[in-house]
Design a protein around this ligand. Structure first.
Ligand SMILES: Cc1cc2nc3c(=O)[nH]c(=O)nc-3n(C[C@H](O)[C@H](O)[C@H](O)COP(=O)(O)OP(=O)(O)OC[C@H]3O[C@@H](n4cnc5c(N)ncnc54)[C@H](O)[C@@H]3O)c2cc1C
Length: 408
């Protein structure tokens, strides 16, 4: 890793405050390094995400993204070995087509990234809101999600980003003062306090201070949210708590209209409520809602730009589930994911955290950018040397590489 206050992408004229990371550098080390040089790197919510690899190549959301954009919005330059064996420097001024593809086209498709350079922000104070309670059951949880649906449009406009999962919420805000943050969170705090829950709204001096306190410590005691316990398919097993569990999941980018209109909010809340007995929603309020992106610069689906939530469902798959049980879980998951697709026609999904069996995945992950991505793939990898499941230009589910995937 290195920090350069006047980083200039090769062949370009503008300079930026940037940090360059080698492939393999993990978020935890990067955030700490940035903090030591008084900067902030906008990145994901876990300590072991490979920043220069799959994370940024697929899009890269952060709970700071509502204000500062996605990782693909902030990347300045990539050094990559393409499948023809050429080591290329890629940025807006050199190989711009490949730069576009690497800004959202997904890992393992266009080349092997050796290093990448990213714009930084100054080290900044952050308001953190951490709310949690013990839910009295599914109805209570449904009321909680309805409340968060009702508040999320305002929260997004105020610069909040965060996660909502089970009977808990963790949000951050780099724009508000502590008093403003307290006021903004009042409806949620009142709900949680009425149930004897815990409410903290505090100012932390930096992203690293937040990450160290809330992400690193929480990872040590991670448990599945209460709703998951109601899963009828789940095999009772104490090892389902903790880390390293397999889950069936899915992603849908939920457009602003479902938060800004009364009928939209009612529809979304009602669908979440119906889904709760089956699966746990995992909300990432981590879309680039307030960020002014450069139109046409990134290859993620444009649906990201109008979304307030990247919404996922997750159902744990017990380690000892039989193949038939696994198929049953995935099939049931498909039905539930489909209902969120039906509610959001024309929207999309996040490649990095998508449904393994995403139908029409080209459209979902990349929207109208897909034909251009495919052209770029054919230019740099005409023989299809790099291939992976549902990647740009993949060989398809019948390829021998994918025989271990369940066929639904
Ligand atoms: C616990 C957890 C938390 C997460 N939190 C977030 C989050 O907050 N925000 C978010 O956006 N995503 C998040 N993700 C999803 C994450 O972005 C993806 O899992 C992503 O694929 C991770 O990339 P990786 O390089 O670390 O993983 P890997 O599994 O190593 O790689 C993923 C894909 O990228 C390819 N790849 C890896 N390195 C390179 C390289 N150098 N060059 C080319 N291709 C490469 C791999 O071949 C593979 O296809 C999270 C995932 C987990 C497990």
């Amino acid at each position: 890793m290195f920090h350069d206050t006047r980083f200039r992408p090769e062949g370009c004229s503008e300079t930026y405050d940037a940090i360059t990371v080698g492939a393999g550098v993990l978020t935890q080390d990067l955030y700490k390094f940035a903090d030591e040089v008084n900067r902030t790197v906008v990145g994901g919510y876990h300590q072991t995400i490979g920043f220069a690899g799959g994370f940024v190549l697929g899009g890269g959301h952060s709970i700071l993204s509502p204000v500062f954009g996605l990782a693909v919005d902030r990347i300045l330059q990539v050094k990559v070995v393409t499948p023809d064996g050429v080591y290329r420097t890629v940025n807006a001024c050199q190989n711009p087509d490949l730069f576009f593809a690497l800004r959202g086209g997904g890992g393992s498709a266009f080349g092997v990234v050796m290093e990448s350079s990213h714009r930084t922000e100054p080290r900044m104070a952050i308001q953190a809101a951490a709310l949690s309670f013990t839910s009295a059951g599914i109805d209570d949880l449904a009321d909680w999600y309805a409340l968060t649906v009702n508040q999320s449009y305002r929260w997004a406009n105020e610069g909040w980003g965060g996660h909502i999962s089970g009977a808990s919420l963790i949000h951050v805000n780099p724009l508000l003062s502590n008093a403003e943050a307290e006021r903004s969170m009042t409806p949620a705090a009142d709900f949680v306090r009425a149930r004897g829950g815990s409410v903290v709204v505090e100012e932390l001096p930096s992203w690293w201070a937040f990450f160290d306190k809330y992400v690193l410590s929480a990872e040590a005691v991670r448990v599945f949210p209460a709703g998951v316990r109601a899963l009828h398919l789940m095999i009772a097993d104490p090892t389902m708590q903790g880390v390293g569990n397999e889950v069936a999941t899915g992603s849908r980018l939920i457009p602003s209209e479902l938060f800004s209109t009364e009928s939209g909010r009612a529809q979304l809340s009602s669908l979440i409520s119906e889904t709760l007995p089956f699966a746990s929603p995992y909300v990432r309020a981590a879309t680039p809602w307030l960020f002014n992106d450069e139109p046409g610069a990134t290859s993620i689906t444009p649906a990201w730009r109008d979304a307030i939530w990247h919404f996922g469902l997750s159902v744990p798959i017990p380690y000892n589930a039989t193949r038939m049980q696994r198929e049953e879980i995935y099939r049931a998951m498909e039905e539930h994911n489909q209902r969120f697709r039906d509610l959001t026609p024309g929207s999309g999904a996040y490649f990095n955290e998508g449904d393994v069996y995403e139908p029409d995945h080209e459209q979902s992950f990349w929207g109208d950018n897909y034909p251009t991505l495919l052209e770029i793939k054919r230019k740099y990898d005409p023989d299809g040397l790099l291939d992976c499941w549902q990647c740009v230009g993949w060989k398809g589910p019948e390829d021998p590489l994918y025989q271990c995937y369940i066929k639904l």
